[in-house]
Write a protein that binds this ligand. Sequence first.
Ligand code: NDP
Length: 388
Amino acid sequence: MADLLTSDSSRREFMRTLSLGAGASLLGASALASPLEWLAPARKLGVALVGLGNYSSGQLAPALQQTTYCQLAGVVTGSPAKAAQWQKQYGLAAKNCYDYKTFDRILDNPAIDIVYVVLPNALHAEYVVRAAQAGKHVICEKPMATSVADAQHMLAAMKKAGKQFSIGYRLHFEPHNQAMMRLGQTAAYGKINHLAADNGFKFGPGGTPWRVNKQLSGGGPLMDMGIYCLQGCLYTKGQVPVSVTAKFTPETGSGYFKEVEAGVNWQLRFADGAVADCRTSYAENMQGRLRADAANGWLELEPAFGYGGLAGRTSKNDGLLNLPNINQQAAQMDDFAQCILQNKPTRVPGEMGLRDVQLLEAIYRAAETGRAVSTTDVVQLIDRTSAK
Ligand code: NDP
C-alpha cells in the first residue's frame, strides 16, 4: 500500500478511489472518517526553502519540524556555508540542496513537492516563475511581488504549470485572527463602522539592508508591515475597499530612508460607508493592533500580528478572543500540503496576493498624489473559509 502512495498522482488516485467507496472495506469506517491522518505517514510532502535568511531559519525550518503533512526536504541558497550547515542540522541530502544557478534542476527531483520562496520581495517573481517551470507547487512570501505586472506574470506561470500556489499569509491559520474574521464577517457585534490597524518597528543598525533598498524591497514599511494592517481590515470587515487616501509620514533624519518611505498613514473606504484608519512605520515600534468598532460593541487584538503572544478583548468581555497561541507557520504549511493532497483550493491563493499588491500600489499612488484613488477594479476576493 505504501508504494501506491509515493507520488502525487497515485495518492490522488487513491483518494478518488476512497471517495468512490471502493476503499471502505479495505480501511474500515474509522479510517474513512479522516483518511489523511492515515495517509500522512506514507510520505510527507517535501518542502524546499529558497533563501535561508531570518524567516527561513528562525520560523519556517523549526515549524517544519512540527508539521504532519510536509517536511523540510531541501534548500536553495547562495551560501555554500549555509548549505553545509543546514544539511548537518536537518539531515538534508546533498542532492536536495541547490544554489540560485542550479535551482532549475529541481525539476528532476521528486523529493521536492513544494518550493517556498523566502527571498527579498523583488526576487519573488523570478523564483516563483522558475519553480512553476520546474512543475512544483509554490508558497511565496508576502508581499507577493513588487508590482502588479510581476504578480500577474507569476499567476500566469503557475496557472500554466497547473500547480497549487499560495501566499505565506500565516494569520489566516491563527485562532485570534480567525476569530476576528468570523466575528467581523458575521457581524456578531453589529455592522462594523470603523476599523483601525497599526504595525511597525524601528529600523536600526541590525536591520536587513534590502528592506530599505527600493529595488529589492519595492517599498518600505507598507510592503513589509503595513500589509498586515491591510489584510486585517479586509478579512475583519469581509469586504474589499472601494477607495483609499494616504499620506507619508516625515523622514526621521536617521539616514535610512533615502529610497523608501519612513512610514505611511492611510484610510480605506468601504462601499457601505465604513472606514479603516491604518498606520505603519520603520521609525516607531508598534505592538501591532487590529480593532473593529461595530454598532453593538468593539473587538480588538493587540498584539495582533506577531508569531506568538497574541491577545484579544471585546467590549462585552465575553471571552470570545481568549484563545490559544499556536505555531502559525506549521498550521499554514500543513494546510497547504492538505490542499495539494486533497486537490482543494487554498484559502490564501496567488489571486489574494495580487489583490493586495494592487491595493499597496493604490496606497502609494494616493500618498504620492494626495488624492483619493479608486480601488473598485482590484481582485474581489475575501477569505471566508478561515472565518468559519
Ligand atoms: P533576510 O534578509 O533575513 O533573508 C533573505 C535571504 O534571501 C538571504 O539570507 C539570502 O539567503 C537570500 N538572498 C538572495 N539574494 C539576496 C539579496 N540580493 N539580498 C539579500 N538576500 C538575498 O529576509 P527575511 O527572511 O526577513 O525575509 C524574506 C522574505 O520573507 C521577505 O519577502 C519578507 O517579507 C518575508 N517575511 C515574511 C514573514 C512572515 O511572517 N510571513 C516574516 C519575515 C519575512 P541565502 O544566503 O540563503 O542565499
